[in-house]
Design a protein around this ligand. Structure first.
Ligand code: ATP
Ligand code: MG
Length: 600
């Protein structure tokens, strides 16, 4: 079990300061009545069965994501409502109603059928965030084929690996991406029957087809065949932060979790304008960039372009975004600019900001309060969990630095590993251990692709083990400590990198920090921090010394970084997570391992 004496000591010392930062919610803070007012009451009485009432079910029997997200709205009062607002990289703006999305996705489903792509077969996408990507995603689900979205900036090798491992039968992509990344691989992909090119007008061959030609000849009526809620729907690869990305299998029934978390965490209401900044190449961009807003019949913004501070503030302003789901890496990039967005932009429509993907430093929550007049709500989940599991809620107190509390229907615990391989729940508060969930929530992954053993090993003693370390406070708020792989053992203490990184970020010069344990013969590991600076600060020896002193004062000598190295920017996954394993490998001159998801 992990030694917690140090943690508790630090906690007591900073307790008063932390509590001072807790953010209470008042009636005047919310502009619409939140879907969840009384956390305890809802948590205690919640039944998953109650969510089934939110769905219509297929006329042909069963449950299909695309029917619940699009068709049932298109068949009813929301037919003419805008489902998708698409913002092109070059300033173009297109909108699609629920009825249009129904018809277009029906056409794509008919294309698949006409080419003999059937239930359970894998349809991959490799495209920037174009409308066709969203249409194809829905059409694939309608056809009961399996959707596997890839990030368009992957290089050829990671693409090849995933197409082979995922047994791709069809791939939707653009001409440019095809020429650069796919054509050279075709000989190695004998199972790939079709490539659909979004932006060419004519078929090249039986295999390389023009999407628009195929769509032109396809009917816009498609009756979804019976779909078992347990049928495989989506295949997603993990971010590769800790090692080789894993293929994770999800089923149609996952929409129970999506609907529930859209209701309680994203607090979706019919008039919301919702923007999730994630790419569907990561699970957030699919679960919450495609499925969840449409399950709620909400208008969904999709921006084709990559991060750009000015562009993002403009989108929030011009599209009158009300609910914004983004990630710590983006928030830190906004913070780095040292600007005052409210002086330049009218963000008065914005009422809720949620964040996921990495620990959200308390400093970022506070920044939101100061600069956007809204706190940023952290929530926790994984590709494996399929949907949000732990969250800060719009109506509830926020404890900056905490991931929040488990959602209704989700039982989370902290467990310790025993020598005999079993696990025991730690019920005492403020003790670190592995974050675990009781299996059985609807969006729980059903397999690791081609790795039954790894899947089986993720479940021990009636828990799903997340691989993350955390602790739970007296009031049931969960606090992230670090990934099990990233924990640092120094002079007999266990140090979680998140705590050290967050402290460094409190210094006005620090934009980002990544902390590792560097092997040391005397004390096991030395805490070493890699730091990138905010605009306007220089990486001088004086600043380095100042930061070391700053760390010591706040964290104590045992936990504070002994070494600090400045870097222009830290290595991150394309989904924006700091890759500590890479910082460590580079520090030690070791092989870098799988870098398929490393940002350029
Ligand atoms: P891989 O499993 O391939 O190493 P990954 O774990 O980064 O990659 P994802 O499933 O995309 O792949 O990310 C889930 C992980 O992200 C969580 O296990 C956790 O470590 C981290 N994470 C997500 N949200 C939060 C959060 N709010 N606070 C802290 N960590 C978070
Ligand atoms: Mg993981």
């Amino acid at each position: 079990m992990i030694d917690c004496t140090l943690k508790n000591k630090v906690l007591n010392e900073v307790d008063a300061k932390m509590k001072k930062n807790w953010i209470e919610k008042k009636a005047e803070d919310v502009t619409v009545p939140p879907n969840l007012m009384d956390y305890q009451k809802v948590y205690q009485s919640f039944q998953w069965d109650s969510v089934s009432k939110q769905f219509e079910g297929l006329p042909s029997t069963g449950l299909n994501i695309a029917h619940e997200a699009i068709d049932r709205h298109a068949n009813g009062l929301l037919a003419g409502k805008t489902a998708l607002v698409w913002l092109g990289e070059n300033g173009e703006r297109r909108t699609y109603t629920f009825l249009e999305m129904k018809k277009l996705s029906a056409q794509f489903a008919n294309v698949l059928i006409s080419l003999g792509i059937s239930k359970g077969e894998r349809v991959f996408t490799l495209s920037t965030r174009l409308p066709e990507l969203y249409i194809a995603a829905l059409g694939t689900l309608k056809n009961r084929s399996v959707l596997c979205p890839l990030f368009s900036q992957f290089g050829p090798e990671p693409i090849l690996q995933r197409l082979v491992r995922g047994d791709a039968k069809a791939l939707l992509t653009t001409k440019a991406l095809f020429e650069k990344k796919i054509r050279p691989l075709l000989e190695e992909l004998p199972q790939l029957r079709y490539v659909f090119l979004i932006d060419v007008e004519e078929d090249e061959s039986e295999q390389i087809r023009s999407l628009s030609c195929l769509m032109k000849n396809a009917s816009d009526v498609f009756d979804i065949l019976p779909t078992d809620p347990e049928d495989m729907a989506v295949l997603h690869f993990t971010s590769g932060t800790t090692g080789m990305p894993k293929g994770v299998v999800h089923v149609h029934k996952a929409i129970y979790t999506h609907w529930m978390s859209g209701h309680y965490v994203l607090d979706l209401h019919p008039d919301d304008i919702y923007w999730c900044t994630a790419d569907p190449g990561w699970v957030t961009g699919t679960s919450y960039g495609i499925i969840t807003p449409w399950l709620h019949g909400v208008t969904n913004i999709v921006d084709e372009a990559e991060f750009d501070a000015t562009r993002w503030y403009r989108i929030l302003q011009d599209e009158r975004v009300t609910v914004w789901y983004t990630a710590p890496t983006a928030i830190r990039r906004l913070m780095r600019l040292n600007s005052n967005p409210l002086e330049e932009y009218n963000l008065s429509s914005l009422r809720l900001i949620q964040s996921v993907g990495e620990p959200l430093n308390p400093e970022a929550v506070i920044w939101g309060m100061e600069k956007l007049k809204l706190p940023i709500h952290d929530n926790w989940w994984q590709t494996e969990t399929g949907g949000i599991m732990i969250a800060n809620l719009i109506s509830q107190q926020i404890r900056p630095g905490s991931m929040g509390r488990p959602l209704p229907g989700i039982e989370a615990g902290i467990v310790m590993h025993n020598d005999d391989g079993s696990v025991t729940e730690i019920t005492e508060p403020n003790k670190e251990g592995e974050l675990a969930l009781r299996p059985g929530w609807p969006s729980m992954f059903r397999a690791y692709l081609h790795n039954e053993e790894k899947y089986a090993n993720s479940f021990v003693g009636g828990w799903y083990l997340s691989g993350d370390l955390a602790y739970k406070d007296e009031d049931g708020y969960f606090w992230f400590v670090g990934r099990a792989d990233d924990i640092i053992k120094t002079s007999g203490h266990m140090v979680g990198p998140f705590e050290v990184e967050s402290t460094l970020m409190e210094h006005p010069a620090v934009a980002e920090a990544g902390v590792i344990g560097k092997p040391d013969p005397l004390i096991g590991q030395i805490v070493k921090a890699f730091v990138s600076l905010k605009t306007g600060f220089e990486p001088t020896e004086e600043l380095r010394r100042e930061l070391i002193g700053f760390g010591r004062k706040r964290l104590g000598t045992a936990v504070a970084p002994k070494e600090i190295e400045f870097q222009q920017s830290l290595p991150k996954t394309r989904s924006g997570k700091i890759m500590r394993r890479l910082l460590k490998a580079r520090e030690m001159g070791l092989p870098e391992g799988d870098t398929s998801t490393l940002e350029d």
